[in-house]
Design a protein around this ligand. Sequence first.
Ligand SMILES: Nc1ncnc2c1ncn2[C@@H]1O[C@H](COP(=O)(O)OP(=O)(O)O)[C@@H](O)[C@H]1O
Ligand SMILES: N[C@@H](CCOP(=O)(O)O)C(=O)O
Length: 327
Amino acid sequence: MQSNSLPNNVLKSTAIKTRRYYAPASTGNFSVGFDLLGAAFEPVNGDLFGDVLEICAEQAQMSLEITGRYQHQLPSDSSDNLVLRCFYAFEKKLGKPLPRLQLRLHKNLPVGSGLGSSACSIVVACYAFNDYFSAPLAEAELLQLMAEAEGQVSGSVHYDNVAPSYFGGLQLMLPQSKQLCRALPWFEHWRVVLCYPGTVLSTKAAREVLPKQVSLAQSIMFAGMLSRFVTALYQQDESEALAALQDVIAEPYRLALIPQLTQLRADLQAAGILHLGISGAGPTLFAVCQSDQQASIAAEYLSRHYEKNQDAITHICKLSSAGARAL
Ligand SMILES: Nc1ncnc2c1ncn2[C@@H]1O[C@H](COP(=O)(O)OP(=O)(O)O)[C@@H](O)[C@H]1O
Ligand SMILES: N[C@@H](CCOP(=O)(O)O)C(=O)O
């Protein structure tokens, strides 16, 4: 193995045992916590629903091969890829040259989907580089690097996808706290159906429809609903938690981008499913279900009425408590 301190141009290709890393899909906001709350999910059937990054060799130049179901949604020029951008940002943060790598990204999450696709690639990349180079960055530093990379994509720094995709679970962001975020309790029997219709909605565009300021009444309602939800989780009061899942910040404005939401929600509520919300900035919708049976009904309904093309996908999920990891 070559030394890390050698200049890049004298490094030769060095075979290594391929290392594989994974980060899960995530739902930002979870309706009630715009930019402050996010959850990582994985399909109950054991499918991997998140990006996989392989580090295959050390070599003279960086290279990135892109494969996977949603590779066609990414720029063909891989130099624009977030994975490479993360490598250079990671190297800059360390302040010393790193060996160049041969990388392979399995793009398993649709782009511009509301499933934290950009965050997922950012998280798997930063996690992989930190692990591969023997963990030079502490968790908080790595999370900050991830959030900065995400901010460059969406136009403003928000942690509600990178934090759950990195740490797993339902994560509440803690502004101005050293801890940055905290995992909240959950209802283990909850199933969350994620339905991506197959159409692209950029997060940046979906943020641009939001007002720059909200009223005092909206601010109080937002803080109140989020508090109601969080306390209900701690008290394991399920009906309170479900009742608090109201988005008073983004949904009123994003509804124009996802007009089917109103009818789909009414139909699912008639079937006993108590919450349907926008996953992240959309267009993916998420349904919170209280049993496997409800989840099957919601998944069947949404895939029939909301999927629009061959890129569409619907998964019945549970909370992914593990987050990013080596496979
Ligand atoms: N590895 C990657 N994964 C996802 N998006 C990427 C990646 N590399 C570059 N991009 C670009 O980042 C942007 C991600 O868009 P965004 O709307 O934030 O997606 P999402 O809402 O799914 O996170 C797109 O312009 C996409 O082309
Ligand atoms: N809080 C963000 C979440 C964006 O999630 P994404 O999966 O759509 O990137 C927002 O609502 O803008």
